[in-house]
Design a protein around this ligand. Structure first.
Ligand code: FAD
Ligand code: NAI
Length: 477
């Protein structure tokens, strides 16, 4: 361990392991430090995203979607199945198998790229020294020319509902329930609240979400969030907006929650409670003061647009720095920083990072929403196209939602694309590419899309920006 590295990365989440691979591809002598080990004592790669985030939640969303579809839609289209049941233990095992497979995949890629993986807790001593505390608390000092901090984030806790890992859980616990709770409470109607709420609602729980904001999904374009609220409510999810939790009490494995709403005090009893009120950067015990790295007022590591900290040679990426807490944003930053360390020019266009919420229907967007654009005082025009007018949506009996394109009124340049609908998360890539190339609405309107596809609706929404959508169908025909 006394060798000197070109770059040492702390954390192997989607930020850290991707940075490591890119650095190794560029010929840099690279080491990754990871503290997470499983019960067999093996290193766990992939961070939050792979192990308790993106992948397991999407696995459960897919399984639960199939389950509810089989119950609610199959018979309507002539597929007769009876006695549909769900085996929760098998479902969780299937999700765990997916995670384990990807874990092995990351381990193999790191090995193939000759990246040194070091198990232990990394802590930055200075711009070229990292301390690693390994098994049995044995400490080692590693020398390096560059350091990338990619330590991610952890759930925010609240004293009014302290997580105990049994009745009150965070998102990790909510991915591992071994039975369907009768009444599931969730504090926070953000991405986690509505994705995990959807999973257990589909599997039979009565789900109540207590959200402190008075607007649902307040960072999403309002046309989408209002429609999504109606659709999720119709699916049976009870979303209480403006609900401020005051206290919780556990009695006989039931959680009694007291909250205020509309100036009155309310009491509700749950079988399980999930706390999903956001995540905070993981900066605990990763920096000696001798390192001199500045932390900002929100406790993120302070970085510039190239993820450089105030100390030359020390970089930070992913959830531990400003910007959206998204896996692909972390990976993009990892690639950019590795490129920069290797002496290349590298940039990220933060305006074209897509966001997706994997509910049914999905919510996806790129660029600015109408509220942002109004605040900026930019003149704009809008084109929308509903999926009930799309042949492919009708053929798959999934006509909920719409596409909304916002373009600059003067230049026609696209400012934002917002999609509520089936496969919105896949469709949004069209919008990301268009915006990355600085497309106008007319550029998309002049592009040929295959028929019958959902993506044709993007062209229709682009045509609608100038009032020329072709296949607008009256909903009542
Ligand atoms: P992390 O993935 O958190 O990885 C950090 C790693 O650093 C961990 O492995 C940790 O063990 C390690 N570490 C920390 N401190 C040290 C130390 N001192 N020494 C050594 N190792 C250390 N994002 C999406 O884009 N799409 C989604 O669908 C999505 N779904 C999500 C669902 C859930 C339930 C959750 C919780 C999150 C979800 N996210 C999603 C967010 C996504 O998981 C994060 O944005 C992403 O994991 C951040 O990557 P990262 O590399 O910055 O950090
Ligand atoms: P979030 O920030 O998305 O949502 C938290 C919600 O809780 C907000 O609506 C907030 O108003 C509310 N809230 C905060 N304090 C509260 C309180 N005391 N009482 C009631 N409500 C309260 O955070 P979430 O859902 O925990 O997810 C964390 C991060 O993980 C997100 O920022 C997101 O970036 C990432 N994520 C991404 C997903 C995706 O890309 N599909 C899926 C899940 C998570």
């Amino acid at each position: 361990m006394s060798d000197k590295y070109d770059v040492i990365i702390i954390g192997t989440g989607p930020g850290g392991y991707v940075a490591g691979i890119r650095a190794a591809q560029l010929g840099l002598k690279t080491a990754c430090i990871e503290k997470w080990v499983n019960i067999d004592g093996n290193i766990v790669y992939g961070g939050t995203c792979l192990n308790v985030g993106c992948i397991p939640s999407k696995a459960l969303l897919e399984i639960s979607y199939n389950f509810v579809n089989a119950i609610e839609k199959f018979e309507l289209i002539g597929i007769n199945v009876s006695n549909i049941t769900i085996d929760i233990i098998k479902m969780i095992n299937s999700k765990n198998k997916t995670v384990a497979t990807i874990n092995r995949g990351i381990s193999a890629i790191l090995k193939n790229n000759n990246i040194t993986v070091i198990e232990g807790i990394g802590k930055v001593l200075s711009s070229n020294k990292v301390e690693v505390t390994g098994k049995n608390c044995i400490k080692n000092i590693l020398n390096t020319d560059n350091i990338i901090i990619a330590t991610g984030s952890v759930p925010i806790e609240t004293s009014v509902a302290p997580v105990n890992g049994d009745t009150i859980v965070d998102s990790s616990g909510a991915l591992n329930f071994t039975a369907v709770p009768d009444h599931l409470g969730i504090i926070g109607a953000g991405a986690i609240g509505i994705e995990i709420g959807s999973v257990w609602n589909r599997l039979g729980s009565k789900v109540t979400i207590l959200e402190s904001e008075s607007k649902f999904l307040h960072t999403v374009d309002e046309d989408l969030s209002k429609e999504a609220y109606k659709l999720f409510t119709k699916q049976g999810i009870d979303i209480q907006l403006g609900a401020i939790v005051i206290s919780s009490k556990i009695n006989d494995k039931k959680i009694q929650v007291i909250y205020t709403k509309d100036n009155s005090i309310k009491t509700i009893v749950f079988d399980k409670l999930i706390v999903s009120i956001g995540r905070r950067p993981c900066i605990d015990n990763i920096l000696y003061s001798s390192a001199g790295v500045v932390i900002d007022e929100k406790k993120f590591i302070q970085v510039n647009e190239h993820c450089k900290t105030n100390v030359s040679g020390i970089y930070a990426i992913g959830d531990v720095v400003r910007g959206p807490m998204l896996a692909h944003k972390a990976s993009e930053e990892g690639v950019m920083v590795a490129n920069i360390i290797a002496g290349h020019k590298s940039e990220i266009n933060y305006n074209t990072i897509p966001n997706v919420i994997y509910t049914y229907p999905e919510i996806a967007w790129v660029g600015k929403n109408e509220q942002n654009i109004k605040t900026l005082g930019i003149e704009y025009k809008i084109g929308t196209f509903p999926f009930y007018s799309c042949g492919r949506s009708m053929a798959t009996n999934s006509t909920e939602g719409f596409i909304k394109i916002i373009a600059n009124a003067k230049t026609d340049r696209i400012l934002g694309i917002h999609i509520l609908g089936q496969h919105a998360g896949e469709l949004i890539a069209n919008g990301v590419i268009a915006m990355e190339f600085g497309a106008s609405a007319e550029d998309i309107a002049l592009t040929c899309f295959a028929h019958p596809t959902l993506s044709e609706s993007i062209r229709e929404a682009a045509l609608a920006v100038s009032g020329n959508a072709i296949n607008i169908v009256n909903r009542n025909i």
